[in-house]
Design a protein around this ligand. Structure first.
Ligand SMILES: [Zn+2]
Length: 375
């Protein structure tokens, strides 16, 4: 009997030992996962909170600052920045973080997003046309983001003709402004159709707009004051009476001097311009950077600045409703100059490795756009 029970017990013992082992390894595996997850979350949080090399803000005594605000010179720039009716957007979007931290992670195409199609014949302005279709509020908001694309092709204040057609594929996120995913615009005056497709390339921080060949719709500035930005949201020629160029960018992106210059003043008229720097170059051009979150300590009036030197960090200070850099150039006589003419410009194209994925995205968007036209 004992001999018979013995092997059975041994087998049982072996089984429970095996079970215990399994349990222990399961628990340790689970614990391991937990700590990996915690570690990931910690890193992610750290990234989201990450700050560019922080600059200690120069503290301007309030009395001095008020004196500057009252100065007659400040008026020119105070007016230079009309209220920018930009829809507020979340300050920095940590959701975008992983795409930057891990370039292999691609944002899924907008297939999952709730896309709406629209097909319109222009009557009057884009805002009026869209307002009649969607109501004033949404019409205005969509016209604004649409205008940022049209402005690269036509002068929206002069070139629109009755019967020009506009097809838009857009998304209305819960927060922030409408997102245009694809747009086709036919101009009677130019006899040409223009297209823009929104696409985020692997390893890129922001999605951008491309034509069908994968060339960016927007021009870029050589020796740009800012490299990491999402979109140019205002140009001189967009007919809004705005005197500079606005770059939509998160808070804390380095802003550099596009030309060698001498600092003339900082933090003037802060109520409107926010933290800001103005400098003058050898040609007497007055170059300014507004709404900064921080001004570099080297930026003292009289200081020489070389091209590419850090001026400060982008921000949302002063009269600004969304984080952006306002970049402005005035001639010696005070005339507003167009940065697109003061800088050499170029267009970037998608790298070859990105074209197949891009073409697939274009096809998907295009199908929806054609549906819009058929309605
Ligand atoms: Zn501006």
């Amino acid at each position: 009997m004992t001999e018979k029970r013995h092997p059975h017990e041994r087998r049982r013992g072996g089984l429970s030992r095996l079970l215990a082992l399994l349990l222990v390894s399961a628990v340790s595996f689970w614990l391991g996962r937990l700590s990996i997850k915690e570690e990931y979350e910690r890193l992610h949080e750290q990234w989201a909170r990450r700050e560019e090399p922080r600059i200690r803000a120069r503290t301007v005594p309030p009395t001095e600052q008020e004196a500057e605000e009252a100065g007659p010179e400040s008026e020119a720039l105070a007016q230079a920045e009309p209220p920018v009716p930009e829809a507020p957007s979340p300050q920095t979007e940590p959701e975008r973080a992983p795409s930057r931290a891990a370039p292999t992670e691609v944002r899924p195409s907008p297939a999952g997003a709730q896309l709406r199609e629209l097909s319109a014949e222009i009557r009057g302005s884009v805002a009026r046309t869209l307002g009649e279709m969607l109501g004033r509020d949404l019409g205005d908001r969509l016209a604004q983001v649409t205008g940022r694309l049209l402005v690269w092709w036509v002068d929206p204040t002069r070139d629109l003709r009755r019967g020009d057609s506009l097809r838009i594929l857009y998304e209305l996120p819960e927060e922030g402004e409408p997102i245009v995913h694809a747009l086709a615009f036919h101009s009677q005056k130019l006899g040409q159709t223009f297209e823009a497709f929104r696409y985020q390339a692997r390893g890129e921080e922001f999605p951008r707009y491309y034509d069908r060949q994968g060339r960016e719709v927007e021009l870029r500035l050589e020796n740009s004051p800012i490299e990491r930005y999402e979109q140019i949201t205002s140009l001189l020629r967009d007919g809004r009476g705005h005197q500079g160029m606005d770059f939509k960018a998160p808070v804390g992106v380095p802003v550099v001097a596009p030309f060698a210059a001498v600092v003339t003043r900082i933090n003037f008229n802060q109520r409107i311009n926010g933290r800001c720097v103005e400098m003058e170059d050898a040609k007497g051009r007055r170059i300014s950077f507004l709404h900064l979150s921080e001004v570099a300590p080297e930026m003292r009036p009289g200081a020489r600045v070389s091209r590419g030197q850090l001026v400060g960090l982008s921000g949302n200070t002063g009269r600004s409703t969304a984080p952006h850099l306002h970049y402005q150039i005035l001639s010696k006589s005070g005339r507003v100059l167009d940065p697109l003419k003061e800088h050499p410009t170029y267009r970037k194209s998608l790298p070859k490795s990105e074209l197949a994925a891009f073409q697939a995205a274009v096809e998907r968007l295009d199908r929806r756009l054609r549906l819009a036209a058929a309605d």
